[in-house]
Design a protein around this ligand. Structure first.
Ligand SMILES: C[S@@+](CC[C@H](N)C(=O)[O-])C[C@H]1O[C@@H](n2cnc3c(N)ncnc32)[C@H](O)[C@@H]1O
Length: 229
């Protein structure tokens, strides 16, 4: 995953450096054990605090990273958080496994982040998701200086529909306006389609989206009531 797409580009540009750390390197017992049974009984194993905190402190000593523990109970990761984290000079992403980590580890991180209301088997995929979303906001990674300005959520709305060649696919043509060359009309159409998509799929987003009077009028024409969302 680090070797393809925007992550690869970010590394080639020198705006991203990733290093992976093996937790067992910080285990001090004979079997390099990093998990143990839960106090109080119960299913599964819990990650021990001593190797994990030793790893966090060792890695953090090389810089002053923002320390993030991936956890299902954490604050929900979203586009705004991705943008904000992209401004940090260094991040330390701590991945749990098994039944999770000893509660005392929480005192050694700055925040806990969740990528959604579901449980993964480990924090690695969550860390990869967080990393991928952040990298899109680093300068130059998407091939221009602005970072993904039209992406869903960047404008507070879902993105407008996208089309590419062929013009006609199994009898369905691309909306006429996109072939018109009229850039103002295309910008207006895209804005309205973003509003239409957001109203249909995520009306809750409209509550926080910056809308002007033309947006509101268009939404009202689709049956939206300001109080709905
Ligand atoms: C099997 S899960 C532990 C689940 C834990 N028993 C609970 O109910 O919250 C193992 C690890 O996966 C990661 N993980 C699971 N779900 C996640 C989510 N939604 N977001 C971020 N990390 C998650 C965390 O690092 C967690 O420590």
């Amino acid at each position: 995953m680090l070797a393809v797409g925007p992550l690869r580009r970010a590394r080639e540009l020198g705006v991203l450096e990733v290093s992976l750390h093996q937790l067992r390197d910080y285990a001090t017992n004979r079997h390099l054990q990093v998990d143990d049974v839960p106090y109080g009984g119960g299913q599964g194993m819990v990650m021990k605090p001593d190797p994990l905190v030793a790893a966090i402190e060792h890695v953090a000593a090389a810089g002053r990273p923002r320390r993030i523990l991936l956890a299902a109970r954490g604050n929900r990761f979203d586009q705004h958080r991705a943008e904000a984290l992209a401004r940090e000079s260094s991040l330390l992403l701590v991945c749990g496994r098994y039944e999770g980590v000893d509660e005392r580890v929480a005192a050694y991180v700055d925040e806990e982040l969740s990528i959604g209301d579901f449980v993964l088997s480990g924090g690695e995929l969550a860390a990869a998701v967080v990393l991928d979303a952040i990298v899109r906001h680093l300068p130059g990674v998407l091939g221009n200086t602005a970072s993904a300005p039209d992406d869903s959520f960047a404008t507070g709305l879902l993105e407008h529909p996208q089309y590419t060649r062929p013009w006609a696919f199994r009898g369905v043509e691309v909306p006429e306006i996109l072939g018109s060359g009229d850039h103002d009309a295309i910008r207006r159409w895209r804005r309205q389609e973003a509003l239409r998509t957001t109203l249909a799929r995520r009306p809750d987003l409209l509550r926080g989206a910056p809308l002007d009077e033309a947006d509101r009028a268009f939404l009202r024409s689709l049956g939206w009531h300001e109080d709905d969302g």
